[in-house]
Design a protein around this ligand. Structure first.
Ligand code: NAD
Length: 268
């Protein structure tokens, strides 16, 4: 039996040189997986993570690709499969915001966020699934032929004014994830999402960098603290491991209770 939950497994984490993706990549490596650190900007940040993982005795490599670009995604998977032979785990994490009031949102802002957050997850999942189907289950490695974890958000269910492109992308991920899970379960491929609440990363700096902003944010979090990228990394390891083998088509909210309608705790 492997001593680490992801030993002998090969993982790819998109947008892995910052924030939640970085924490997932580091957590997967600690759990024994070899990890591709996908990035689109800041190669030095990706190389630092690769070096840290190698220094700790793990295996990692950095690959540049824009997840919204079909040929770049296919080239990234070809490079990974050429180097490591296969893929067992995809963490579909890359994403961004480009906010605007609804009446001022441009088509370019809409297409950019949908293209990276939603189409990017489709393109990476499709490449991963093709390899999962080709290889099938290898029982010594995992009970599944492959595992996909989609980084969604509490905004797959909580509407978010001023961010309709982002909320729509996350709502789309909900049905992308569930429909893939339904279609692919007979092939022993598991597909789940993580729905982070407010996690302290560069994407939402304005929501936590001043005491006033943080105080306002915490009114939305029953647990009373902002989440950390490591909170998500631990959930990703569990969803990628055989410990969750009977779990598919689910969103695991890691949100300190943000989806519990905190406004109703003392009202309603
Ligand atoms: P972040 O800005 O720190 O990281 C985003 C990563 O995605 C970066 O590495 C960035 O370079 C990468 N990326 C952006 N466009 C890309 C592209 N075209 N191709 C490849 N990579 C690209 O932000 P984060 O908070 O770590 O966000 C990671 C994921 O978590 C996103 O999908 C985000 O929507 C989701 N999320 C974050 C929070 C939060 O509170 N931080 C909450 C819910 C969901």
């Amino acid at each position: 039996m492997p001593t680490l939950p992801l030993q002998n497994q090969k993982a790819l984490v998109t947008g892995a040189n910052s924030g939640i993706g970085e924490a997932c990549a580091r957590a997967l490596a600690e759990a024994g997986a070899a990890v591709v650190i996908n990035y689109v900007t800041h190669p030095e940040a990706a190389q630092k993570i690769v070096a840290d993982i190698a220094a700790a005795g793990g295996q990692a490599m950095a690959i540049a690709a824009d997840v919204s670009n079909e040929s770049q995604v296919e080239a990234m998977f070809a490079q990974m499969l050429g180097a490591w032979g296969t893929i067992d785990i995809l963490i579909n994490n890359a994403g961004l915001q480009d906010d605007a009031p609804f009446d001022q949102m441009t088509l370019a802002q809409w297409n950019k966020v949908i293209g990276i957050n939603l189409t990017g997850q489709f393109l990476c999942a499709r490449s991963a699934v093709r390899e999962f189907l080709r290889r099938g289950v290898v029982p010594e490695v995992s009970a599944a032929a492959g595992k996909i974890v989609c980084m969604s958000s509490v905004h797959e269910t909580i509407p978010w004014g001023g961010h309709v492109n982002y909320a729509s992308s996350k709502g789309g991920i909900l049905q992308l994830m569930k429909s893939m899970a339904q279609e692919l379960a007979p092939k022993k491929i598991r597909v789940n999402s993580i729905g982070p609440g407010a996690i302290k990363t560069p994407i939402n700096r304005s929501a936590w960098e001043t005491p006033e902003a943080l105080k306002s944010l915490l009114t939305l979090i029953p647990d009373g603290r902002i989440g950390l990228p490591e909170d998500i990394g631990r959930a990703a390891v569990w969803l990628a491991s055989d410990a969750s083998d009977y779990v598919t088509g689910q969103t695991l909210f890691v949100d300190g209770g943000m989806t519990l309608y905190p406004g109703f705790a003392t009202g309603g």
